[in-house]
Design a protein around this ligand. Structure first.
Ligand SMILES: [Zn+2]
Length: 214
């Protein structure tokens, strides 16, 4: 599904199996965000195929955080495709998963600040709370915000998983709220489109979910 020029969403909407949404940014370089579960990777392959391309055209895969329903699909990529993950998140994966996490060793450690991929420029924001090293990605040229499992349409990420923290999630959401966003692209569920709809979504989260985040 085309979201806007150069931006495509492969939304996951099976009610019986959990997986994440994947997104493709096409510019001089192709960037895929959150490949999802390995055993459901056909979802991404199918999305790419419909655009007349395939995994070999992806230059960089970025994962928002290290949960299996977001990162397992990394196994389907081969060099020269590069992998990027939050530095803090990878450290957490290593601590928890021991040697097993090394198969996801990133080529690029994401830190707060600007990330340039060819002619594409993103802002990386550290947004912990759902997981300790979650990142969100802001593509200013399209006012598109990839939130992973920090913010959804009318919802927020769980804070009861290892390394989760309600107060931190709230601070992270507050940061995202300050951005100028036309397209809110969450890791699960529907996208939120239009500045006004995005504003109302943050307002709903503040009213409904903030009391639960402490
Ligand atoms: Zn998650």
């Amino acid at each position: 599904m085309k979201v806007t020029e150069g931006l495509y969403a492969f939304l996951w909407n099976s009610p019986v199996e959990n997986n994440c949404n994947a997104f493709l940014v096409r510019g001089g370089k192709n960037v895929l965000i959150d490949p999802g579960h390995r055993h459901l990777f056909r979802h991404v392959e199918e999305g790419l195929r419909r655009l007349g391309t395939d995994v070999s055209s992806v230059d960089l895969v970025i994962v928002t955080h290290g949960h299996p329903d977001h990162i397992e699909g990394l196994r389907m990529f081969r060099k020269p495709t590069l992998l990027a993950m939050g530095e803090e998140e990878y450290r957490f994966l290593l601590e928890r998963g021991g040697g097993g996490a090394t198969e996801f060793a990133p080529d690029i450690f994401l830190r707060e600040g600007e990330l340039t991929v060819g002619d594409l420029s993103f802002e990386v924001l550290l947004t912990p709370g759902h997981s300790p090293g979650s990142i969100s990605l802001y593509w200013k040229d399209r006012k598109a915000l990839f939130t992973g499992d920090v913010v959804f349409s009318k919802g927020i990420g769980r804070t009861d998983l290892p390394g989760g923290a309600g107060r931190k999630l709230r601070e992270s959401i507050e940061r995202l709220k300050g951005l100028d966003v036309e397209f809110l692209l969450p890791g699960h569920g529907e996208t939120v489109r239009g500045r006004e709809a995005v504003r109302r979504n943050f307002q709903f989260i503040e009213g409904y979910w903030y009391p639960h985040l402490r």
